[in-house]
Write a protein that binds this ligand. Structure first.
Ligand code: G3P
Ligand code: MG
Length: 255
């Protein structure tokens, strides 16, 4: 049966934390998201060379740290020596790449829920899923909502369902996939997480008619948010949650 216990209120998920205001996927970005008034954050996870789970978006270190090369080629100890804050602004110097355990610990304290997006290196899909699920099982103390686990990789979603019949799954679509419903039915996905650029009113209605949650990324203007909400979506991923939140209580014309 479709599990629809998820509540997105306010309907904004801080994308990689409040990533317009702090270095993405760092503890301070999640802390800022809480201060801005959201109840949900999204972040990306992958494995290190020594099979630890870290929170970072790119498979390479170059853009968001002072390191270089692939995350998968570095041990956790190596990664923890890197600065993941200065690239964004010198005031964030010393911010680290957090582990999934560290992030969940903060979320427990802040009572934040999360969409955990798994980005596994090729060949590491099964191990990444097993590690992520076991960390969630041990660390997740936040009982107002279970995490929503998503991935662009069908293989990863399949492994999540294989090892956990109760996990809440989100099917991610950057390009429209005509098979989405078949896949979501088979894997019992609770949510469909879609690039707003491929959404139309008709597509929104077809997803919503299956009683799933529909979330759109990455929405950073009030005008776009209003339009998507008027179509009936349940939530948006945004880098600037505060701006969107403010717009929800302030009328913005939709052309
Ligand atoms: O999960 C929504 C969004 O984060 C997917 O794209 O590349 O920002 O991880 P990306
Ligand atoms: Mg993501």
């Amino acid at each position: 049966m479709l599990n629809n216990e998820l509540i997105f209120q306010p309907p904004i998920i801080a994308h990689r934390g409040a990533s317009a205001f702090a270095p993405e996927n760092t503890l301070v970005a999640f802390y800022k998201a809480k201060l801005m008034g959201v109840n949900w954050v999204e972040f990306d996870v992958m494995l290190t060379a020594d099979d630890e789970v870290v929170v970072i978006h790119d498979e390479k270190l170059n853009r968001t740290t002072n390191g270089s090369g692939y995350v998968i080629n570095h041990t956790l100890l190596d990664l923890q020596k890197l600065d993941a804050g200065s690239w964004f602004d010198p005031t964030f110097k010393g911010e680290k790449i957090p582990t999934l355990i560290e992030v969940i610990d903060l979320l427990n304290q802040l009572k934040l829920s999360a969409n955990i997006e798994i980005k596994a290196q090729q060949g590491k899909e099964e191990l990444t899923v097993k590690k992520v699920l076991s960390i969630i099982l041990e660390q997740w103390k936040n009982n107002h909502s279970k995490p929503l686990i998503s991935s662009f990789s069908l293989q990863i979603l399949e492994y999540v369902r294989k090892y956990s019949s109760t996990s809440l799954l989100g099917f991610l679509m950057d390009e429209w996939d005509e098979e989405w419903k078949k896949i979501c039915d088979r894997l019992n996905c609770t949510a469909v997480n879609v690039n707003y650029k491929i959404l139309t009113l008709e597509r929104v209605q077809s997803i919503k008619s299956t009683k799933r949650k529909l979330l759109a990324y990455t929405v950073n203007t009030a005008k776009l948010a209003k339009q998507l909400f008027s179509w009936g979506i349940d939530g948006i991923f945004s880098d600037c949650p505060e701006k969107i939140l403010r717009s929800l209580v302030t009328p913005v014309p939709v052309k």
